[in-house]
Write a protein that binds this ligand. Structure first.
Ligand code: CTP
Ligand code: MG
Length: 236
């Protein structure tokens, strides 16, 4: 069976500040989404890329991808996304042809993921792991609170989990197709912030493989500065 990448790109990018949807904002003069699609299409394992675009921007994203065609062996599809990331991923999964056996879900907001990371995730799924997540040790100590406080109010700490046992997770997260579809079907609320979280709730084992610093998510304006610097370093 073939492997596909589903790229949720339908978010607004509110934390990045005013402007176009995040996936369409330029990085090194090229929309972030184009970088993310390329990063996935370059991986040997990937035969199909499904981009989940903001509903109003589907035609724009189609023409953008036509301007930046993938390698000849890779097919591209663009579908409209939903109101949450989880809903967007679900809509992307619904567009997968029958012969896709492995699915990698990758945020458009992680445009600089190295191809080695993509290959490693795909290989681990091929070797039999139903759910594979790239992750890095956290560098900041993490505190837990009972609930988010009102803006500007101090927040009481309830716990400090041992940092050595914490990992920050990235994408692409790789899955056996049936496992990921079942996890999305079983999802009741929209609270999961990643796909592996839905798989965990079904009681299926999720494993971590090494992530990469350059697979960081562009969320706030400072992240965009860092992404521009990483890209400039690559182009030297
Ligand atoms: N995403 C999506 N559909 C949504 C919300 C998010 O496809 N309704 C995608 C984003 O486009 C992004 C990925 O999920 O590639 C990770 O989400 P995030 O970094 O939170 O991006 P945004 O939701 O766009 O940003 P913000 O939360 O700051 O508005
Ligand atoms: Mg978001």
């Amino acid at each position: 069976t073939r492997a596909a990448a589903v790229i949720p790109a339908a978010g607004l990018g509110l934390r990045l500040g005013p402007g176009a949807p995040k996936a369409l904002r330029p990085l090194g003069g090229t929309p972030m989404l184009v970088h993310a699609v390329r990063a996935m299409a370059r991986a040997r394992a990937i035969a199909l890329v499904v981009v989940v675009a903001p509903p109003e921007q589907v035609p724009l994203v189609r023409s953008l991808l036509d301007e930046h065609p993938p390698p000849p062996a890779v097919e591209q599809l663009v579908v409209a996304g939903g109101a949450t990331r989880q809903e967007s991923v679900r809509l992307g999964l619904a567009a997968l042809p029958e012969d896709i056996g492995v699915v990698l879900v990758h945020d458009a907001a992680r445009p600089l993921v190295p191809v080695e990371t993509v290959d490693a995730v795909a290989a681990a799924v091929r070797s039999g792991a139903p759910a594979v997540v790239p992750a890095l040790p956290v560098t900041d100590t993490v505190k837990a609170i009972a609930r988010p406080g009102a803006p500007g109010e101090p927040e009481p700490v309830v716990a400090t989990p041992e940092r050595a046992l914490l990992r920050a997770v990235q994408t692409p997260q790789g899955f056996d197709r049936a496992t990921l579809l079942a996890a999305h079907d079983a999802a009741t609320s929209d609270l999961a912030t990643d796909d592996a979280g839905l798989v965990e709730r079904m009681g299926v084992e999720v494993v971590l493989v090494p992530g990469h610093e350059e697979a960081f998510k562009v969320t706030r304006p400072l992240d965009l500065l860092l992404a521009e610097a990483v890209l400039a370093r690559r182009r030297i």
